[in-house]
Design a protein around this ligand. Structure first.
Ligand code: SAH
Length: 213
């Protein structure tokens, strides 16, 4: 299957019908061919609105959830964004179309290497992908205008809250790994943090330390 005009139209229609309505987000998602990020046997299902398996026992998120999270971040073109959970690199590629600079981190070296190769093939030059335990954020580049977690934490990790700029927004799933999780948005103000609950979601858990692969 190719990412031709008809496929794109159908893909975007499905996103809109699930609540992705921000025109800039839809344009960014139109520009990134999800099939580049889904390899092997599942590649022909890349344009369906479902999560799919990737290497290291992880998943590429459902496109409509990617859209909803991206929309909730309200990214502006000057923003420096940190993503925890590179996975396939798909979400980072979409962030890269909206932000000035994207840092993305995964605990699996193999996923980071695969994602870097796709960014290069797709001529995306404003993403830095690296291997680390993202629970600690990336102090060297802090503060960030936006932070996105694509793995579920029990609570927003303290180092990430600390690395969010005042006026900045962080979006993350919170909850126990195998039970119901909520997508929440944290906004940092001069005096503290505001929390909005957006919707129920289901993500792989945020784990400690580096992966084996
Ligand atoms: N954003 C991805 C989907 C990510 S799935 C995409 O667009 O495809 C969640 C990812 O979070 C997995 O790849 C997992 O390895 C990673 N992860 C889990 N805990 C982590 C941690 N502490 N630090 C960095 N990455 C982590």
């Amino acid at each position: 299957m190719t990412y031709d005009a008809a496929t794109k139209m159908q893909f975007l229609y499905a996103l809109r019908s699930k609540g992705v309505t921000d025109a800039r987000v839809l344009t960014a998602m139109e520009q990134v061919d999800r099939a580049d990020y889904v390899r092997g046997t599942f590649a022909d299902r890349a344009y369906e609105d479902m999560p799919l398996p990737i290497a290291c026992g992880q998943t590429i998120s459902q496109p409509s959830i990617v859209g909803i999270m991206t929309q909730a971040l309200q990214i502006t073109p000057r923003d420096k964004v940190l993503e925890i959970g590179t996975g396939s690199g798909y979400q980072a590629a979409i962030l890269s179309k909206l932000a000035r600079r994207v840092y993305t981190v995964d605990r699996y070296r193999r996923l980071v290497h695969a994602a870097r190769a796709i960014f290069e093939a797709d001529n995306i030059a404003n993403i830095t992908a690296f291997t680390a335990d993202g629970s600690y954020g990336f102090a060297e580049q802090a503060p960030f205008d936006r932070i996105l977690l694509t793995a579920a934490a029990e609570d927003p990790p303290g180092p990430l809250l600390a690395q969010l700029r005042i006026g900045g927004i962080m979006v993350l799933p919170v909850g126990q790994s195998d039970t119901v999780q909520s997508l929440i948005r944290v906004t940092r103000h001069e005096g503290g943090f505001d929390y909005d609950e957006l919707r129920p979601v289901r993500f792989v858990p945020l784990l400690e330390g580096l992966g084996q692969d």
